[in-house]
Write a protein that binds this ligand. Structure first.
Ligand code: ADP
Ligand code: ZN
Length: 825
């Protein structure tokens, strides 16, 4: 990208006949959702998708041209200052995608455009100070003198550099010096943070014999000639880095002399930063697909739109994706494969690398800015045509997109929470595929209820793979059984005198596994804190009658303990005894991983116990180390949270115990049943993935709960039928859409007041427009009522198109707007 040294910062003028205009998304640091109109000066070639510089108030800012126009209704417009790069940075589909995101998620247009740009692309405007050719006499003040001396020595510098050198420098001071003719002040651009990494090199510019002859001549004159030494080195190694020549003692002077004599040539070369540099992929031919897999592939390939691939864990979905990618590449098009961030393991990358090594790249949040920058251009050039990555990889600038795969499509990590835009990668993918004509495949063992519903009503196609596969040693596959799942009623355990957190059946199974040298998982569901209440005797759980979500303990309440519904605000006092069975064991619930680890050591002496939760998994490489210790059999019992539900594929893993299956079930969120079902199915899927059968124990106080029974019997359909009925009754997605508005403020009264004001305005606006929907629920304290000293109140909108109502109110900067929130807690 070329950086103009100085810009015109022209005033607005009435457009003249024949003027053309550009609609520009501007990086203005303000939440504008529309582009700004600029005129195109005569002689400037401006195209859609180009990065440009435009005047904005007193500043010059970067923007991207979203559209061109022959007319404008505006009275006066300012001209574009400069084109940053003649090659467009965005193509048509990505421009349309950015505009769609801005509309759909009510997000600033620039933030949506920025998603599609290379990392670190943005350039900040800075004040630049330059010396003048013929300066007047030095001024009297020492500070002035120091400034002028500094720019005389360093040329054009930024105000920051100047301040670093001479201390505080005000704009007023610079202005005075400029008026007196000592220097010039202008808006310039800082170097972009993301840029190619260049390496300077030196190559031999003559025949090696000629270089050696010249070296001899030089040595005759001076036995210690550095130039001679360099020439001899180059004769043997004709292309070296500049650093290497420095190590031989060569100075820029030496190089210049030799270059003038035609003996060498200095040049720059771009170094590509490659996140896969440490991988060595062995090429592997694809296996022969099973009949089911081949049928699934054909059905997806025959359908140009969106397909849900519903396949149980280990049913060979990934092999189907790989075949889809292969055929897409064969057709000359490119593919993006999205996986949840925590599933982006070296094992997953290796699987794609073995098939598509040369043309594979990865995009995820752990890459350096430089790596992302270089890979972005590699994709744009068409050199990388398979992109595996987490949600943001959907914005990779693929020129000829033919396929997008979203693996584990139900994962809520596909929804970006912060910063803006709060997009869902699945919806963005569907939009992009519509714009490019690419196929979209959504894969999951436990599809999102909304996705499955779409396949039921025929909005998308559905293909099923219902048999678990296991690769044999001879390369052939065999079908294996899903694990045997036992639901353990913890109320019975209590009645039988077992007060520990492990039931008798689970203990026996873990002991048996230990004797056989097999591995076990003890899974703890940590998503709920001890905020909900449960009766240990009868399993009763207090639920809001109108929202069908669990009531939770209101930690804000100053007097007695209150139960509150975090959707509608309904509350009641927490009873001393269970309202259903009058039992005394009615109280808040929850158990942590550390406690489970301790108990596991106590109950299974001699076993090697390891813990894996967010405390442990933070360190870089921890995932790989943990998988390695598991694979090499250094761990007998693994205690952990959701993280270990994903991707672990271990032959010796035969027992899975879910310590507290109820936790997720009772979270005050309409997704709670769905999440519980998904989680239990995923965790259960870790056991018995090879010939050895797997045994899963789900410990619960609610053994009849629908999601638990469905997970235990591997019946997605049973779960779905229950869940969709509940969603229909209570008016949740897919029957309505939700918008969550959260207001936060340090003063509680103010927070509540503002939240109530907005809720009221929305209700009044809705009624005045004669609309029956959306429902406006709240304000209520958010599930986490206070974060970093700020009180949080939420308002929920529920309706077919609830975001349209937001056009009626002005939301200040303390408001946080979430369209289709992935969670209400
Ligand atoms: P999923 O993605 O549904 O969890 P995978 O594609 O990972 O399933 O398949 C499960 C296991 O079976 C993997 O180890 C995979 O390598 C193996 N596998 C799947 N399909 C075949 C096949 N057609 N031939 C040989 N091995 C296969
Ligand atoms: Zn309620």
């Amino acid at each position: 990208m070329t950086t103009p040294s100085m810009f015109g910062n022209d005033p607005a003028e009435a457009p003249t006949a024949g003027t053309r205009f550009a609609e520009v998304a501007v990086n203005a640091g303000q939440p504008a959702r529309r582009p700004f109109t600029y005129s195109i000066p005569d002689g400037l070639e401006v195209a859609v998708g180009q990065a440009v510089f435009v005047p904005f108030g007193p500043r010059i800012l970067q923007g991207v041209v979203m559209a061109l126009a022959d007319a404008t209704p505006l009275q006066a417009v300012r001209p574009i200052s400069a084109v940053a790069d003649p090659a467009p940075v965005l193509d048509g589909p990505h421009i349309a995608l950015a505009r769609w995101m801005s509309d759909e998620y009510l997000a600033p247009l620039w933030d949506c455009v920025a998603c599609c740009l290379p990392s670190g692309y943005g350039q900040k405007a800075v004040t630049m100070v330059s010396p003048v050719d013929i300066p007047p006499l030095l001024p009297a003040y020492p500070k002035d003198q120091r400034i002028l001396q500094y720019i005389a020595a360093n040329g054009r510098v930024s105000i920051e550099a100047l301040r670093e050198a001479v201390g505080q420098v005000s704009l007023t001071l610079l202005d005075r010096l400029q008026r007196d003719g000592h220097l010039t002040v202008a808006q310039g651009l800082a170097r972009p943070a993301g840029r190619p990494r260049m390496e300077r090199r030196v190559a031999l510019g003559a025949a090696p014999e000629a270089a050696l002859a010249q070296a001899d001549t030089l040595t005759e004159r001076n036995a210690k000639s550095v130039e001679a030494r360099l020439l001899r080195h180059l004769a043997a190694h004709p292309d070296v880095t500049l650093t290497e020549t420095r190590e031989l003692g060569a100075t820029p002077g030496h190089l210049r002399k030799l270059e003038a004599g035609g003996f060498l040539r200095e040049y720059e070369q771009q170094l590509e930063r490659d996140p896969l540099a440490d991988y060595r992929f062995e090429h592997r031919p694809p296996p022969v697909l099973s009949a089911d897999q081949a049928a699934a592939f054909e059905a997806i390939w025959a359908h140009p739109g969106t397909t849900l691939l519903h396949g149980v864990t280990g049913s060979g979905k990934t092999e189907v994706y790989l075949e889809l990618v292969r055929r897409t590449l064969e057709g000359g098009r490119a593919a993006i494969v999205l996986v949840p961030e925590i599933a982006l393991t070296p094992q997953a990358i290796r699987r794609y690398g073995e098939r598509f090594g040369e043309t594979l790249t990865v995009f995820h949040s752990q890459l350096s800015m430089g790596e992302l920058f270089d890979q972005w251009y590699r994709v744009q050039r068409g050199d990388a045509r398979v992109i595996v990555g987490s949600r943001s990889a959907i914005f990779a600038p693929v020129p000829n997109l033919g396929l997008v795969v979203l693996d584990e499509e139900h994962e809520w990590s596909y929804k970006q929470v912060d910063p803006q835009p709060r997009y869902h990668a699945r919806d963005a993918a569907e939009r992009l595929c519509g714009l490019t004509g690419a196929r979209l495949v959504l894969g999951s063992a436990t599809p999102d209820v909304v996705t499955y519903h779409r396949s039921e009503v025929g909005a998308i196609k559905r293909v099923e793979l219902l048999q678990r596969l296991s690769p044999g040693t001879d390369g052939a596959v065999s079908e294996v059984a899903l694990p045997t799942v036992t639901i353990v009623d913890m109320r019975e355990e209590l009645r039988g005198g077992n007060r520990s957190i492990f039931s008798q059946p689970l203990r026996r199974a873990v002991h048996a596994a230990l004797r056989q040298g097999e591995q076990s998982i003890l899974f703890v569901n940590r998503r709920g804190s001890a905020r909900f209440v449960l009766c240990r005797d009868c399993g009763y759980l207090p639920v809001c009658p109108s929202c069908e979500v669990a009531l939770s303990v209101d930690v804000q309440s100053p007097v007695s303990t209150m139960l509150v519904c975090h959707h509608c605000g309904r509350s009641r006092r927490l009873e001393d005894r269970c309202p259903k069975c009058d039992g005394r064991r009615y109280r808040p619930f929850g158990v942590g991983t550390q406690r489970v680890e301790q108990e596991a050591r106590a109950y299974f002496p001699g076993a090697r116990v390891a813990r894996w939760d967010s405390d442990v998994s933070g360190q870089k490489g921890s995932h790989e180390r943990m998988v390695q210790s598991l694979e090499s059999g250094e761990i007998d019992i693994l205690v952990g949270t959701q993280m270990l539900a994903k991707g672990l594929d271990l032959p010796e893993m035969t027992v899975v115990g879910v310590v507290d299956a109820d936790v997720g079930l009772s979270l005050p969120d309409y997704h709670s049943h769905e999440r519980t079902f998904q989680l239990l199915s995923q965790v259960a899927g870790r056991a018995g993935r090879r010939e050895k059968p797997g045994y899963v124990f789900i410990q619960t106080y609610e053994p009849e709960a629908g999601p638990i029974v469905a997970a235990a019997t591997h019946e997605y359909r049973a779960f779905y039928d229950d869940e969709i009925a509940h969603r229909r009754r209570a008016g949740y997605p897919p029957f309505n859409r939700l918008v969550r508005l959260i207001f936060r403020h340090a003063r509680q009264e103010h927070a509540l007041e503002e939240a109530a004001r907005v809720a009221n305005e929305l209700r009044i606006g809705r009624d005045a427009a004669g609309r029956a929907e959306p429902d406006v629920l709240g304000p209520t304290p958010a599930y986490i009522p206070r974060i970093r000293g700020e009180y949080r109140y939420q308002v929920l909108l529920r309706g077919r198109n609830p975001s349209r109502l937001l056009e009626l109110v002005r939301l200040g900067e303390h408001w946080h707007v979430e369209i289709d929130p992935p969670s209400l807690i």
